[in-house]
Design a protein around this ligand. Structure first.
Ligand code: ADP
Length: 259
């Protein structure tokens, strides 16, 4: 699938084209609010790109355009894959379904037969470390476990491009760091590309191959940082001088873009 704005031209889905390719994307809502302007952003295979920016600068709008939930008012917003995973700020689980059947949900909506989706869900549940909790209802899970369930549900679709809208923002620091480690492991093993929205500069640097900084509304990109740490990453890189220096540089760009 190629999702594109009315102003965009379609491109063929090929191995070489970026999975996400935004050129001069802008978004003005019908009420006149301009959320985004002049966004040029690519996510290539093998990349994990985080977007940091102040509240209300248009980060979620950017992700909604990438997912096809919203159509940009200007520019070319190309997504060159049909295999898109989406994890929201809220785990969005169905409260009456247990972990197993919540994880099966997307596969079920995609008409996958039971004999395919049941083992696929078991595989995804295992990947996120929830084996043994298949029969638990969402209310019987911690916040971190609910997020893992949400991740597993998207993994059943074998996404090539994973979109994350501040998935760990509501979690405590320790749980968030643990989930960051697990997400990095999944990124290395499952080889999806990622576009990750976060408020946290250190989370962005730890997870990403590239961090882009957005200005205040209307959001545009003010800086891009290539993150030099190899994958897989060890949690200890968070305590290195090089990491602290990057946190300082990205935070400075954020402040400059906001003023
Ligand atoms: P962020 O995710 O960075 O906090 P959002 O993308 O949610 O920002 O919103 C960017 C701006 O666009 C905000 O000012 C918000 O109020 C506005 N906005 C978001 N969705 C709509 C909409 N459907 N209609 C009008 N304005 C909207």
């Amino acid at each position: 699938m190629t999702l594109s704005t009315p102003a965009a031209s379609s491109t063929d889905s090929t191995q070489s084209s970026p999975l996400l390719d935004f050129t001069n994307v802008a978004m003005t809502f019908p009420n006149g609010t301009t959320a985004l302007s002049g966004i040029d952003l690519k996510v290539e295979r093998g990349e994990f790109v985080s977007v940091v920016g102040p509240s209300g600068c248009g980060k979620s709008t950017l992700l909604r355009i990438a997912s096809g939930l919203e159509v940009a008012s200007e520019g070319a917003a190309e997504v060159n894959t049909t295999r898109i995973g989406y994890v929201f700020q809220d785990a969005t689980l169905l409260p009456w379904r247990d972990v197993q059947s919540n994880v099966e949900l997307l596969a079920e909506l995609n008409w996958q037969p039971k004999r395919v989706r049941v083992p696929k869900a078991k595989w995804a549940i295992d990947l996120v470390g929830l084996t043994g909790f298949e029969k638990n209802l969402p209310k019987q899970l911690s916040g971190g476990m609910r997020m893992r369930t949400s991740l597993a549900r998207s993994l059943t679709l074998d996404p090539e491009l994973f979109l994350f809208d501040e998935p760990f923002g509501a979690l405590d620091e320790i749980t968030r760091e643990r989930l960051n480690d697990e997400l990095l492991k999944l990124f290395v093993e499952q080889q999806f590309a990622g576009l990750f929205i976060t408020h946290s500069v250190s989370e962005a640097i730890y997870l990403s191959t590239k961090v882009v900084v957005m200005s205040g509304r209307p959001g545009h990109l003010v800086d891009t940082f290539d993150i030099p740490f190899d994958m897989p990453r060890s949690p200890e890189i968070r305590y290195t001088g090089e990491f602290a220096k990057l946190v300082g540089e990205v935070s400075h760009a954020l402040r400059e873009g906001h003023s």
